[in-house]
Design a protein around this ligand. Structure first.
Ligand SMILES: [Zn+2]
Length: 406
């Protein structure tokens, strides 16, 4: 079925509104819905049939009138799986590795992380924690239910330890000098209780720095980046809503940054210290966000129509069309457009994903080495940050398909 777009206008279903878990005071109203999206996008599925049968859920994006927090209020965490079958690392990309290394170096430098104790909540495969510990001879403790011990790297067990579970203050973490939480908070709908747990982990110390990194939602809403709206990401932050969340739990934001082609929002905060927030500037930011939310349904519908027209016309002309990026953005792109039958392969640089199938449409995941045999005419790149790297890889294989990037 290629015709029916999955994205629809907001309805007035029972999940049309709720109280905001981030500021605890505003009301959230639904402004955008996508039906039938796979509930996991990074999961490794061994057959096309299993991939097509993967459970589906609903996205109902709502925005808080008060703090600008955006969330999928139809999110049901029982439907998502984070396990060793969850393969999300971007560490095979040289572009991403360079960004990661630079970020770790900056944090070690800025916060004097040498001979310190570091906790990472949601550490994935542990790459970033290893970097932070190696750079400053720090000790590390990482939490992640999808942690895979077998892929351990440079440092010895006693210097960096991992717990393959969700972080919780019941683990009685000893005092940390630095707490990192990268690309994790967006997977949690009950944001308030989660930050409360983080606060427990700093034991009331006001010199412990908490570093948070999440996708930046102003870009997603402003550019209608519908590929960045997927089931695992239930929570979407702007600088204003992330600062509000931290302050609600007694933190003060020391530094805010937007990086990686405007895709990542980071804050560094500490408990009790830091400057007074500029509430007038924050109110303006929330007002601008509300305007973007109001126009989003129309703008995103227009953008999706342009992509559908482009891909259908090329498929009708006999072109072989692939996407580059088989993870979350790829699943969101394909499931939002409903063009599964026209695109049957997705390229991925992560060799651990090769040969598996994408949840939802069941596209086969191929490696760059497979491309000469596939002879693609057109590749839609899911993240423009990787365009140069991809172009170089294609040229190296003597291929020159037309490229488009989201
Ligand atoms: Zn709110």
């Amino acid at each position: 079925m290629t015709g029916s777009p999955a994205a629809t206008n907001p309805g007035t279903g029972h999940a049309g509104e709720r109280d905001c878990p981030t500021c605890g005071q505003g009301r959230m109203q639904v402004f955008y819905r996508v039906a039938e999206v796979p509930t996991n996008s990074c999961i490794l599925l061994e057959t096309e049939a299993a991939a097509r049968e993967w459970p589906k859920g609903e996205i109902a994006l709502a925005a808080c009138e008060r703090c600008g927090f955006v969330a999928n209020i139809a999110f049901d965490k029982a439907l998502t799986e984070y396990s060793s079958r969850y393969e999300e690392t971007q560490g095979f990309s040289p572009t991403f590795r360079k960004f990661h290394e630079q970020l770790a170096e900056e944090l070690v430098q800025r916060h004097g992380l040498r001979g310190k104790r570091i906790v990472e909540i949601g550490c994935g495969k542990g790459e970033f924690l290893h970097l932070l510990c190696a750079l400053g001879d720090n000790r590390g403790l990482g939490f992640d239910p999808a942690y895979v011990p077998a892929r351990d790297q440079t440092l010895r067990g006693e210097q960096v330890e991992f717990v393959a579970d969700y972080f919780s203050s019941r683990y009685r973490v000893e005092e940390a000098d630095f707490v990192a939480c990268k690309m994790t908070l967006e997977h949690i709908l009950e944001t308030g209780p989660f930050v409360h747990e983080i606060r427990q982990s700093v034991h009331g110390r006001d010199d412990t720095v908490v570093f948070i990194q999440v996708p930046e939602a102003t870009r997603i809403l402003g550019q209608c980046a519908f590929e960045d709206v997927y089931y695992e990401h239930c929570s979407y932050f702007t600088p204003a809503s992330l600062a509000t969340l931290m302050e609600t739990h007694g933190f003060r934001v020391l530094r805010t940054d937007i990086t990686y082609g405007d895709q990542y929002l980071t804050v560094e905060a500490s408990y009790g210290g830091g400057p007074e927030p500029d509430l007038a500037a924050r109110a303006r930011e929330v007002g601008e966000l509300q305007a973007m939310v109001a126009s989003f349904p129309q703008r995103v519908a227009d953008k999706m129509r342009r992509w559908r027209d482009d891909i259908r016309a090329r498929a009708a002309a006999g072109q072989r069309i692939l996407i580059w990026g088989s993870g979350s953005k790829g699943v969101a792109f394909l499931s939002s457009l409903g063009l599964d039958e026209l695109i049957r392969e997705a390229v991925d640089i992560n060799p651990h994903r090769r040969g598996f199938f994408m949840p939802g449409g069941g596209q086969r995941i191929v490696s760059p080495e497979d491309l000469p045999a596939l002879e693609p005419d057109y590749i839609v790149v899911m993240n423009a940050v990787y365009l140069d790297e991809i172009r170089a890889m294609l040229a190296d294989k003597g291929l020159s398909p037309e490229l488009a990037a989201l």
